[in-house]
Design a protein around this ligand. Structure first.
Ligand code: ADP
Length: 596
C-alpha cells in the first residue's frame, strides 16, 4: 500500500466530518461563482433601466450569495480543520506507539533529531492531505462540473471551451507543477530531517564542541544544510510560480474565448444580451477556485515524502514481537518469579553478524541477587535487553515458569524494572519525574523513596522542593544525583525484579562506589540482576556469573571465583592494585611536585 494511502486510511475515522467539510466547501465555492454570475447579470440588466422591482430578486440573490459564501467557507474551515486535527492526533499517537514499541533497540537507525523531525514536522505535514489536497480538489471538481453544466444550458459553444480550460486547471497544470515539485520534495523532507539532526546534535554536544573549539565548524555545517534546504525550497517555489502563471493564462483565454464564442449567439438571438456578462464571468469565477490546485499539487508532493518517512517508522520491523494471544495471568505459576534461561542465543542484527549471547544457561531464584560480570562487549547488556523483552532471542527464557515468548513486553516489564547506564531525566519537575515510577505516589512516598537513595538533603536544599524543574535531561543535577533519582523512581515502581545495567558506568570512582554500596543495601531480599564490570562490593551478592564472548565461563561466589583464578581473579587483583594506588595518591599532600 502506498504511504499516502496508508496516511489517508489513518484519517479514515474522520470520514463523516471530511465529507461534511467537502459539501460545505462546495456550497461556499458555488456561492462565489453564483455571486459573480448574478452580479454580472444584475449590472447588465440594470444598464437597460428596467423597473426597480424587476431587479429586486437578483439583488437579494447577490446579498444571499455574498453571505453564504463567507458563512459556508467559515463552516468548512471549522469542520475540515476539526477532522484534520482529530486525524492528526490519531496519527501522532500511532507513530508514538510504534516508537515506543521500537525503543530502545529498534531505533538505532534513526538519529534523535531525525526522529524528532519525523514525529513533529512530517506528521504535521500530513495535515495538508485533507486540508490542502483532498478538500480543495473535491470542491474545485464539483464546482467545475456545476459551472460547465450551467454554461452548457446557457451557451453550449462556450461551455466546451470552459470545460477544456477547467479540465486543464484540474489535471494538467497541477500534474506539471507536481512533476517539478516532486524532485524538490523528495529531497526536502530528508534535508529538513538532516538539518534538524544537525541542530539537535550541535545543541547536545555543545559542551564538547566548545571544549574542542569546534563550534564554528558545527555552525557552518548547520548553515550549509540550511542553504541546501533553502535552495530546494526555491526550486519548489519556481514550480509553483510556473503553475500559477499558466493558470492565469488559461483563465484569461477561457474568459476571452467564452465571450467571443457567445457573441454570435447574442447576434443571432440564441442568447439574451444580459446573459453575455454571465457567460464571461462564470469561467472566471470557477477558475478562481481551480487556481488553488497548483499549490495543492506542491502540498501533495510534500505529503507524499512526509508519508514515506512516517511509513518508514511505522513499517520498521519490531525487534521483538508480542504474542497474538498472551498466556493469561491465571495460568502462570503464582508467587514465584524465578528467571531461567537455557541455551540462550541472541543477536542484534539479522545481517549475519555473530551472536552476542551463545548458549547461555542462567537461573536467578526468587529473592536471589546475582551479578553478571565480564569484559566490555561480553554480552552483559544484551542479556539485560533479552530479559526485559527488548530483543529477540533463540532458546528458552522463562519468568515464573512462563515463557517470555508467551508474555507481552509490557507484562514482563511490569515484573521487572531496569536502571541503565545513563537514566533519562525528563525536562520537568522532580515530582513529575518520580510519578513516572508510580502515578499515584503521594509526596510522603516520594520523600521516603528519595530518603532511601540519599537524596532527601538534596531535595530539601532545592528552592521549590518537589516542584523544582530539572531542565533538559536533568541538566541541573550531577551524574550521581541523576542515577539516584532514577533509582528512587524505580523503587517507587516497586517491581519485584530489578535489572541494574552498569548503573555506575558514567560516574567518577568515588560517586560510583557510594552508589554501588547503596544499591547493594537497597536490593537486599529482592530478585536482582546486577550487571557490572567493576567487582567492588560483589562479596555481598549470592552468586556471580562471568560472561565472556557471550558465554558463561565461570559461576560462583566472590571467594570461589577469586580462588578459581581466571578472568575474575585477575580483574579483582587489578582493581585492588588500582585502589592501592588511588589511596597512596590521596595521601600525598596537595601541591607536592611529583615530577622534577
Ligand atoms: P557488554 O554489555 O558486555 O559490554 P554488550 O551486550 O553491550 O556487551 O555487547 C555485546 C555485543 O553486542 C557487542 O559485539 C556489541 O557490539 C553488540 N551490541 C550491543 N548493543 C548493540 C546495539 N544496540 N546494536 C547493535 N549491536 C549491539
Amino acid at each position: 500500500m502506498s504511504p499516502v494511502r496508508q496516511l489517508w486510511l489513518a484519517m479514515r475515522a474522520q470520514r463523516g466530518l471530511l465529507v461534511a467539510a467537502a459539501i460545505l466547501g462546495f456550497i461556499a465555492a458555488a456561492s462565489s461563482v453564483a455571486l459573480l454570475g448574478t452580479a454580472g447579470w444584475l449590472i447588465s440588466y440594470a444598464a437597460q433601466m428596467p423597473p426597480v422591482l424587476a431587479l429586486a430578486v437578483a439583488a437579494v440573490m447577490v446579498r444571499a450569495f455574498a453571505l453564504s459564501r463567507s458563512v459556508f467557507r467559515y463552516l468548512e474551515r471549522i469542520v475540515g480543520h476539526d477532522a484534520a486535527f482529530r486525524g492528526l492526533t490519531g496519527l501522532r499517537v500511532r507513530v508514538y506507539e510504534r516508537l515506543e514499541a521500537l525503543a530502545p533497540v529498534g531505533l538505532t537507525r534513526f538519529s534523535r533529531g531525525d526522529l524528532l523531525a519525523r514525529l513533529v514536522a512530517d506528521v504535521d505535514a500530513a495535515l495538508d492531505l485533507p486540508l490542502r489536497v483532498v478538500l480543495p480538489w473535491a470542491q474545485a471538481a464539483l464546482v467545475s462540473l456545476a459551472t460547465v453544466a450551467f454554461l452548457a444550458w446557457l451557451a453550449p459553444g462556450s461551455s466546451v471551451l470552459a470545460a477544456v480550460a477547467l479540465l486543464l486547471g484540474l489535471t494538467a497544470i497541477p500534474w506539471l507543477v507536481s512533476r517539478i515539485a516532486a524532485s524538490a520534495e523528495a529531497r526536502l523532507a530528508p534535508a529538513r530531517g538532516s538539518l534538524s539532526a544537525a541542530v539537535v546534535s550541535t545543541l547536545e554536544g555543545n559542551a564538547d564542541l566548545l571544549a574542542f573549539g569546534a563550534t564554528g565548524a558545527a555552525l557552518s555545517d548547520i548553515s550549509r544544510r540550511d542553504e541546501h534546504l533553502t535552495s530546494i525550497a526555491r526550486r519548489e517555489a519556481a514550480g509553483l510560480g510556473i503553475g500559477t502563471g499558466l493558470g492565469v493564462l488559461v483563465q484569461g483565454i477561457a474568459v476571452v474565448g467564452c465571450l467571443a464564442l457567445a457573441i454570435p449567439a447574442v447576434t443571432d438571438g440564441r442568447l439574451t444580451p444580459v446573459w453575455l456578462a454571465v457567460v464571461a464571468l462564470l469561467p472566471l469565477a470557477a477558475y478562481d477556485i481551480v487556481a488553488t490546485l497548483p499549490s495543492s499539487a506542491v502540498a501533495y508532493q510534500r505529503v507524499r515524502s512526509s508519508a514515506a518517512r512516517i511509513a518508514d517508522v511505522l513499517d520498521q520491523p519490531l525487534p521483538v514481537q508480542d504474542p497474538e494471544h498472551p498466556m493469561p495471568l491465571s495460568s502462570r505459576e503464582t508467587g514465584s518469579l524465578t528467571i531461567e534461561c537455557s541455551d540462550l542465543y541472541a543477536r542484534w542484527s539479522l545481517d549475519g553478524t555473530s551472536d552476542a549471547l551463545r548458549g547461555v544457561h542462567l537461573r536467578v531464584g526468587e529473592g536471589e541477587r546475582i551479578a553478571i560480570v565480564g569484559p566490555s562487549g561480553a554480552g552483559k547488556s544484551t542479556l539485560a535487553a533479552v530479559l526485559l523483552k527488548f530483543l529477540k532471542y533463540d532458546g528458552c527464557v522463562t519468568l515464573g515458569g512462563c515463557s517470555l515468548a508467551d508474555m507481552t513486553g509490557d507484562e514482563v516489564r511490569r515484573d521487572m524494572g531496569m536502571l541503565g547506564q545513563d537514566s533519562h531525566i525528563f525536562d520537568t519537575t522532580v515530582r513529575d519525574n518520580l510519578r513516572l515510577g508510580r502515578a499515584d505516589a503521594s509526596d510522603s512516598d516520594m520523600r521516603a523513596a528519595l530518603e532511601r537513595v540519599h537524596l532527601l538533603d538534596w531535595l530539601d536544599a532545592l528552592p521549590r522542593g518537589l516542584e523544582t524543574e530539572l531542565g533538559p535531561r536533568g541538566s541541573v543535577m550531577s551524574g550521581g544525583e541523576r542515577q539516584r533519582l532514577a533509582l528512587a523512581r524505580l523503587l517507587l515502581a516497586n517491581r519485584p525484579i530489578l535489572v541494574l545495567d552498569e548503573p555506575t558506568e558514567h560516574l567518577d570512582l568515588e560517586t560510583a562506589d557510594a552508589l554501588t554500596d547503596d544499591l547493594l543495601d537497597l536490593t537486599h531480599g529482592r530478585t536482582t540482576v546486577l550487571i557490572t564490570h567493576r567487582l567492588r562490593g560483589l562479596q555481598q551478592v549470592d552468586r556471580i556469573v562471568v560472561l565472556i564472548q557471550g558465554q558463561v565461563r565461570a559461576e560462583g561466589t566472590h571467594a570461589e571465583l577469586v580462588a578459581q583464578g581466571g578472568w575474575y581473579a585477575e580483574r579483582w587483583a587489578r582493581e585492588q592494585e588500582q585502589g592501592d594506588i588511588t589511596a597512596m595518591a590521596d595521601r600525598i599532600p596537595a601541591g607536592t611536585a611529583l615530577v622534577r
